[in-house]
Design a protein around this ligand. Sequence first.
Ligand code: SAM
Length: 244
Amino acid sequence: MSRPGPEFHVISLFPEMFSPASLCGVTGKAVERGLVGLTAYQLRDFTGGSIHPVDDSPYGGGPGMLMKPEPVFAAVEQVSSTAPPGVSVLLTPQGRRFGQKAAARLADEKRVLLFCGRYEGVDERIRPLFDEELSIGDYVLSGGELAALVIIDAVTRLVPGALGSDESTSHESFSDGRLEYPQYTRPAVFRGEAVPDVLLSGNHAEIERWRREQSERRTRARRPDLVAGDRSGGVGRGEEPGDD
Ligand code: SAM
């Protein structure tokens, strides 16, 4: 029987960073229940022998080291040939900005291969190996592992059954292009701050209306770009409409 969510195949110099995701929280439960798969591979295993390095200095000079193309090709080609068909993603700060729309799209794939760079980056010639390049934001991380973990988490929570209730993602921020409404739990009054009366009223139509208004108000105040459909704020080239 096929899984409801994708198999994640991650290639990294630090595959041990993915063990907690397989064990903890929403992703851990989803792996345990077979809703998604998560396998991390050590890039050094694809060098054809332990003496072969995975990095080298850049032609033309400059600081740091680059990941060599040979092990990257060997790893991506081998993993792609054994895993189900799907998408291969290069994680890079130069990629399209990852957002909720991309998460929903990846949740429908059978297989998502994620390649994590390290050092100063990668040899340019590995780029054609990948279907797409994704960035998690306009900042530079030391490696792609944290970006991969962000993507795995955001995608997994959209897989049916991964959360306690399938309703849980439908009102969340970005699911309909808006931020979520304010939420409260007990006590009804905390340090003089009372929960809005409408939430205690039991009137579900009124509660729904209040939440919609609050969601719109909050989105206009905090993320006017979402309301206006203006994606120009910090969004990279080739942005998927609606991603942020
Ligand atoms: N020199 C590269 C540049 O300026 O574009 C940055 C290399 S970064 C130090 C090393 C690796 O971290 C990258 O190859 C990429 O895999 C990952 N990485 C860094 N920032 C990222 C981001 N914002 N999103 C996704 N991956 C990122």
